[in-house]
Design a protein around this ligand. Structure first.
Ligand SMILES: Cc1cc2nc3c(=O)[nH]c(=O)nc-3n(C[C@H](O)[C@H](O)[C@H](O)COP(=O)(O)O)c2cc1C
Length: 181
């Protein structure tokens, strides 16, 4: 594995919000979803589902449901990352703990993989927030016919970048602690 190119990809990723009209290919979408599904997950339950949205009418409706997703236009597509909360019922009964919210962490890991894969393909992408805002969750469940046990975490907008973005340097040594906080 080329470690240095992986690390430089991680460090050079940034959110992109302006896209050209060039469509994102089906092949690229498959690669993004492969990368997303390679994420780690609690008890390897892989609770994720992905809804790929190319339809212009649905994109327009999503823009009106999600106040900070106005960049879902031009050639960009939407990928809604959702988590299946029903998978945890059995393990919760078995260990007497509530494991359900692990779906959020698992789907977040899948989302970051997807963002990094988009960057590696020369595409631009941005995570737009849905969960835990109940009004956004229920609007998306209705619009995209998502069953109630499946919760949309975010809408990731992916497209060909119309402009480049300079990644932020977020290194902050004061956030690092050794042995104790
Ligand atoms: C949970 C979460 C929710 C976010 N929601 C939005 C959003 O609704 N709209 C948006 O434009 N960016 C959103 N972002 C992207 C952040 O604004 C962005 O990651 C942050 O400003 C850091 O910039 P960078 O991604 O370029 O490093 C979200 C990111 C996360 C992790």
């Amino acid at each position: 594995m080329d470690t240095s190119s992986l690390i430089s990809s991680i460090l050079s990723r940034s959110s992109l919000r302006r896209f050209t009209s060039e469509p994102v290919s089906d092949e690229a979408v498959q690669t993004l979803l492969h990368a997303a599904m390679a994420a780690p997950s609690s008890m390897n339950l892989q609770p994720w589902h992905f809804i790929v949205i190319r339809d212009e009418k649905l994109k327009l409706e999503l823009r009106s449901c999600l106040p900070y997703a106005k960049m879902l236009k031009d050639g960009s597509i939407g990928i809604v990352v959702c988590g299946d909360t029903s998978l945890y019922e059995r393990v919760n009964r078995m260990d007497g703990e509530d494991n359900t919210l692990y779906w959020v962490q698992d789907c977040s890991a899948a989302s970051e993989n997807l963002l990094l894969a988009a960057h590696a393909l020369g595409l631009g992408a941005v995570w737009t927030g849905v969960y835990p805002l109940e009004s956004r969750v229920s609007k998306l469940q209705e619009l995209l016919r998502i069953p109630s046990s499946i919760v949309p975490l975010n809408l990731i907008v992916v497209g060909h970048p119309a402009s480049s973005a300079k990644p932020m340097d977020k290194w902050d040594a004061t956030k690092i602690h050794y042995e104790h906080f």
